[in-house]
Structures are given as structure tokens and as C-alpha cells.
Write a protein that binds this ligand. Structure first.
Ligand code: 5AD
Length: 438
């Protein structure tokens, strides 16, 4: 279907419909979302929310104008999303699979059912699983989607994780660090000129950026923009994270990589990280008030279907604000270079099963998945239960060296092209940038 959408932005203003405790209910063309709020608001005010948090108040006349221009587009997108969320179960013969998928529409599946679904190999059954996950996403989150910008500001890393291409021992990699000014200016440009509402600042574990530097950097970005800052810098002391929270950072993206302590030990054998420490950090950051984005790698060596189910359930138990799960892609300069690369469909099955286990959750589509689905620009993940994605805004001269795995999707694209491609993709499948709430 041809759709002409004039709006190019990553958030639609919402109207405050209700205020209670530290929360607000925001109305988007009649759809309501609950979000956290630190602003002084009145009912009827207009705001931008991102990742379940109010990030900016907007003047009523500006918001009204934007909403007016969005209304028609929003309804068109909603219709496309609804039309795509159909399930065709006529070709699948397996009664057990049919029954599990049918009931998953009404309530979350259980562990046994999840394992049955992961074992599926038949193409028609896989299609039905993915379609069902998309339908469950549509039912629970409607056509909301969120787009975060990501700045990969340093590829130096003191760790030696055996799956990761920027590990310390990869001496072939050209290393770079963005200066404080470069990071701040880029973040502000992304927020003010490109309209990003959330920005992930990611790096290897690089102590060059002391907590003082990061605090200063966060403050400078927050002084000039209302963007939601999400850090993805690995493990630091809780005190450090507390200082960064006080500076205005509100989110942390930190994966636990695998819920299996044995595998965790094997893949971090040269590193300082230990499983308990990672999990405690994630839990403590949550306690501190950070929004948490976490998850695991799909397709690590020794990871059976049974372990994947444990990984999914472990993620669910952490109750993150958003999941980030993606395929492991072996890198030629790492100890795991000869590992088997997981295929796209197996990765999609895991995302779909996660959606059916946690129907209302927010699931980020990872760049690693987009890398397995380059031809479609990652469309398959968004049609298998995922509902959010990131656009890489790292300057071209650096991003080719942020090589956690090779042939990463999007590294050759100029920023404007990436944005264009992503917005077109989202609109082609009927997704709109209304916030997902908490
Ligand atoms: N393939 C896919 N993802 C990887 N990561 C690191 N190396 C790889 C790889 N080879 C992921 C880790 C880490 C995130 C920043 O990148 O899960 O948490």
C-alpha cells in the first residue's frame, strides 16, 4: 500500500488526561498510556513522553498544530498495523502447536508451551508463531513504537569477552574515542535538530571516561535539551551510577548476556565480570530508579533450547522496562570465531516466544538482528513481536570501527539515509511514534 506521510519525527505529543502519584496518563488520539512524571503538570497540558517517562512539556498551540498534522496519518498507520496483524492458521496441522498459539492470544504462555514453540522447525508453524506474536504485540501495544538514537562514543574496552569484536585483545581494531565536546554537541544536535527524544550513549568499558567526565557530559546535554539519556557503558560502581542519575541520566542498557552461570564464566573467562555481580548491578540500578533495558545473546555456544527458555524467563523475572535480545554473530578476531552463526528464523522465534511470555512488554529490535535481515532492514523482527529500534547516529568516521561483530547493518549509511530508511520502514508497517508507557 502506498502511504504518503508528511511527518518525520520520533514522538507525537500526548495530552495529559490524569495525574496521580508520580505518574500521568497520556492520551494519544484516544489511546491512553501511563508514564512516569517529574514535571509540574496540569490536566490538559501537552507533553512528549519517551520510554515511559515525560521528557518535555509543549506549548498548547504548538502541540495542537503538530497533532492536527498527525491525526490523519495516525489513523492511516493504525489501520495498516491492524491489517498486518492477522493470523492464518489454516495450513498448520499440528494440533498441539495450534492449541498453544490459539490460547496465547488470551493469556501469557507457560514454560512448557514456550519450549514446544522454540522446538518448531516446520516453516508454516514458524510463520504462524511469528504472526501470533505480532498479533499479541498489536493487541497490547497498538501501533506504538519508539526510536532511540545511539552514539557509540568509544570502542576502547578493558575487557576480553570472548564473543565481542572490541575486546581488549583484538589488536587489529583501530580504536577511537570521541571527545567530550564531540559527544555533547552530537547529542544536542540529535535532540534539537533531528528530534530524537532518547539517546543511548554506548562504549566499551573504558575508564578514560571517568565518572566526573560522564557526569559533566550528561549535565551539559540535559542543560540544552530534554532528551532521555540512556547509558550503555558496562559495569561501574553503584556510587558512580548514582552520580550519573543525579546529573540527569535516567536509563541504563546493560545485558546479562546469558542466565547460565557456566556459560557466563566461559565467555567472560579473561574478564573481571562475574555473573552474580552483573545481576546485582542490574537489580540495584533498577532500585535506584533507572529505566532498565536488558537481555541476552541468542545462539551462544552450548546454549540449548532449554537454556534459551531459562534466558527468557530470567529476563522476564528482572522485569525490565525494555528487553534487548539479539543474535550472537561470531567475529573473526575473537576466540568464538568458529562458532555456528544462528539464522534469522531461529532468532525471530526467540523474540516471538518472549512476546508470548510477556505480552505487554517492550522489545527492542537489535542491530544484530537487522544484520541478519539486511535486505529487509529489520522488518522481520518488528513483525515478530518487537516494537522499538535504534538509529545509529555515531559519526561515519567512527562507526565503522565500533565493530562488536562484522558487517553490521547500517554502518555504510549516512545518518540522513538511516533515518529515512527507518521512518519509511516503520510507516510501511503502520507504526507510529506514540510513547509506549510503563
Ligand atoms: N554479536 C552480537 N552481539 C554482540 N555483543 C557483543 N558482541 C556481540 C556479537 N559478536 C553485544 C553484547 C553487549 C552489547 C553491547 O553487544 O550483548 O551487551
Amino acid at each position: 500500500m502506498f502511504l504518503s506521510i508528511t511527518n518525520m519525527c520520533y514522538a507525537i505529543p500526548g495530552k495529559v488526561a490524569e495525574l496521580f502519584d508520580n505518574k500521568a496518563t497520556i492520551d494519544y488520539f484516544g489511546e491512553k498510556r501511563t508514564v512516569l512524571n517529574e514535571f509540574s503538570l496540569n490536566i490538559g497540558d501537552f507533553v512528549y513522553a519517551q520510554a515511559g517517562v515525560v521528557i518535555q512539556k509543549i506549548e498548547t498551540d504548538i502541540a495542537t498544530r503538530i497533532l492536527e498534522s498527525w491525526k490523519e496519518d495516525f489513523m492511516k498507520l493504525k489501520k495498516i498495523d491492524e491489517e498486518l496483524a492477522v493470523v492464518d492458521d489454516t495450513v498448520v496441522k499440528d494440533k498441539k502447536i495450534l492449541e498453544i498459539l490459539k490460547k496465547s492470544d488470551a493469556s501469557p504462555i507457560n514454560k512448557e508451551d514456550a519450549l514446544e514453540l522454540l522446538k518448531i522447525r516446520d516453516n508454516d508453524e514458524i510463520s504462524l508463531l511469528l504472526q501470533t506474536a505480532n498479533k499479541v504485540r498489536q493487541k497490547n501495544l497498538k501501533n506504538s513504537s519508539c526510536i532511540h538514537g545511539i552514539i557509540e562514543f568509544s570502542n576502547y574496552c578493558k575487557n576480553n569477552c570472548s564473543y565481542c569484536g572490541i575486546r581488549k585483545d583484538n589488536l587489529k581494531l583501530k580504536r577511537y574515542r570521541m571527545s567530550e565536546d564531540e559527544i555533547v554537541n552530537l547529542a544536542i544536535y540529535a535532540a534539537k535538530e533531528l528530534n530524537f527524544k532518547a539517546i543511548v550513549l554506548q562504549s566499551g568499558e573504558d575508564d578514560f571516561y571517568t565518572t566526573d567526565i560522564l557526569v559533566r557530559l550528561i549535565k551539559k546535554i540535559k542543560e540544552k535539551s530534554d532528551v532521555l539519556i540512556i547509558l550503555s557503558i558496562g559495569e561501574r560502581e553503584l556510587d558512580d551510577y548514582a552520580k550519573m542519575y543525579d546529573a540527569g541520566c535516567r536509563g541504563v542498557l546493560i545485558r546479562f548476556e546469558t542466565s547460565n552461570p557456566e556459560i557466563y564464566k566461559n565467555i567472560h573467562i579473561n574478564g573481571k565480570s562475574d555473573f552474580e555481580k552483573r545481576i546485582n548491578l542490574i537489580k540495584n540500578l533498577r532500585e535506584m530508579g533507572y529505566l532498565i533495558i536488558t537481555g541476552f545473546l541468542i545462539g551462544l555456544p552450548e546454549q540449548t533450547n532449554q537454556i534459551i527458555i531459562e534466558d527468557i524467563l530470567f529476563s522476564v523475572n528482572l522485569k525490565p522496562d525494555m528487553y534487548s535480545i539479539g543474535p550472537f554473530i561470531p567475529h573473526s578476531e575473537t576466540p568464538l570465531k568458529d562458532s555456528k552463526k544462528i539464522d534469522l528464523e531461529s532468532s525471530l522465534k526467540v523474540i516471538a516466544v518472549l512476546r508470548l511470555l510477556d505480552p505487554e512488554s517492550k522489545i527492542l529490535e537489535t542491530t544484530a538482528l537487522e544484520t541478519l535481515d539486511k535486505l529487509n532492514n529489520g522488518k522481520s523482527g518488528l513483525l515478530s513481536g518487537a516494537n522499538s529500534l535504534m538509529i545509529n547516529i555515531t559519526p561515519m568516521k567512527h562507526k565503522i570501527f565500533y565493530n562488536i561483530y562484522e558487517n553490521k547493518a547500517g554502518v555504510e549509511d549516512e545518518l540522513k539515509d538511516s533515518i529515512d530508511k527507518t521512518i519509511k520502514l516503520l510507516y510501511s508497517i503502520g507504526r507510529a511514534p506514540t510513547d509506549l508507557g510503563i
